[in-house]
Ligand binder design. Structure first.
Ligand SMILES: CC(C)(COP(=O)(O)OP(=O)(O)OC[C@H]1O[C@@H](n2cnc3c(N)ncnc32)[C@H](O)[C@@H]1OP(=O)(O)O)[C@@H](O)C(=O)NCCC(=O)NCCS
Length: 248
């Protein structure tokens, strides 16, 4: 039996968040023709004909199921947990056919590696995972506003730019919009170090609403991943976000 990696989040404000990372080998070695998928998920998997997309999807699903199982209790079967989508595309954890609206689920994947986060108090979070080779020359110009670029400085390292990018994508997933809101609208304030750091973010949505939250990122040499939470959502607002899935 192979293991997945649980990511501990040392940052303040993430006490209720549990994150799981699985790699391609873990998915490949995980037993028996993907018996951990529900019958419906096995059919969905068979429809994914592009090998890369299938590997990513499987890694994301396995990470999501393990993260949800950790939140619900180790006795449940992975096949009893599945992932549905809220309007707008954000993932929703489902257990035995019932959507778990008080458990916020977020997924990212890249190159066959999957990262999932769940938050037990139902407040919105997002995760993002990038390979360190995902950096390209125009990324800072595409994703960062002038103030952010100036704050990073002209000698900004690829790691810092990628960390900012993962924080932005994680924030936009917490918001539920994904890239329908341009990443330049998300402003990140972080202290970029070589390996890990905390951040604050804010966004002005196209609808003119200001949202903000906290973030945390980590770099292990090969991968950079980030987790973002959305504001100090009140309970009623959290329910509304969970119900509509597209809050912006
Ligand atoms: C969400 C989004 C930012 C993901 O970007 P990515 O870097 O390609 O992919 P990641 O691996 O980090 O994340 C993928 C996961 O994000 C999740 N996701 C998709 N839409 C989401 C949304 N609106 N909010 C939160 N999470 C979302 C899904 O679980 C997806 O994994 P799955 O399809 O295997 O279940 C991007 O796909 C997006 O913006 N989608 C919505 C808008 C859209 O469809 N635009 C067309 C392309 S720009």
């Amino acid at each position: 039996m192979t293991a997945w990696r649980l990511i501990s989040l040392p940052a303040s404000g993430f006490a209720d968040v549990s994150c799981v990372l699985v790699d391609r080998r873990t998915v490949a070695e995980h037993p028996d023709e993907y018996q951990w998928l529900s019958p419906e998920e096995r059919r969905a998997c068979a429809r994914l004909v592009v090998e890369r997309r299938r590997a990513d999807w499987l890694a994301g699903r396995l990470a999501a199921k393990v993260a949800v199982r950790r939140a619900l209790g180790d006795a449940i079967e992975l096949a009893e947990v599945s992932v549905a989508y809220a309007p707008g595309g954000r993932p929703l954890a489902v257990y035995q056919g019932h959507a778990l609206r008080d458990l916020w689920l977020t997924i990212s994947h890249s190159r066959g590696v999957g990262l999932a986060g769940v938050r037990c108090d139902g407040a919105p979070i997002g995760v993002d995972l990038e390979h360190s080779k995902a950096w390209f020359k125009g990324l800072a110009g595409y994703a960062m506003g002038a103030t952010e670029q100036a704050r990073l400085g002209v000698t900004s390292s690829p790691t810092a730019v990628l960390a900012s990018w993962t924080l932005k994508e994680a924030a936009l997933k917490a918001l539920g919009s994904g890239l329908r809101v341009h990443p330049r609208r998300v402003e990140i304030k972080a202290r970029y170090t070589a390996d890990a750091g905390e951040a604050a973010w804010q966004v002005l949505t196209p609808a003119g609403r200001r949202e903000s939250g906290r973030g945390w990122f980590c770099h292990d040499g090969e991968w950079i991943w980030a987790v973002a939470s959305l504001g100090a959502a009140g309970r009623a607002r959290r329910r509304r976000l969970a119900a509509c899935g597209s809050p912006w």
